[in-house]
Design a protein around this ligand. Structure first.
Ligand code: FES
Length: 110
């Protein structure tokens, strides 16, 4: 794996999100706890809602448009809703967020 530095952990608000630009397009970083961040598509598969503007709770995010809920680990829609967002492997090393560069192939872009 080749790891790409996306910036400091502290740049992502706790229980919030931030958009970062990658070679696969913009993706969202969701911070679910002091040392826990997930990377996923920013675009809701329902009608394109901006997930980074949704509510982060537990390890999930709720879309701000129609309240679909996505598991940030698997990307799967929860409950009765059907759909999935792309997720990307991350590591945190010395307070920096690193993403697996191999996961950013263009055909995986959301
Ligand atoms: S656009 Fe996200 S739930 Fe409708």
């Amino acid at each position: 794996m080749s790891w790409i530095d996306l910036g400091p952990l502290d740049a992502v608000p706790e229980r919030g999100a931030r958009i970062v630009k990658t070679r696969a397009g913009c993706i969202a970083l969701f911070r679910t706890g002091p040392d826990e961040v997930f990377a996923a598509s920013n675009t809701c598969p329902h009608k394109g809602g901006p997930l980074s503007e949704g509510i982060v709770h537990g390890r999930q995010v709720t879309c701000p448009l129609h309240n679909w809920v996505f598991d940030l680990e698997t990307g799967e829609a929860q409950g009765a809703d059907r759909g999935r967002i792309a997720t990307y492997p991350l590591r945190i090393v010395q307070g920096r967020i690193l993403i697996d560069g191999n996961s950013l192939a263009v055909d995986r872009a959301a």
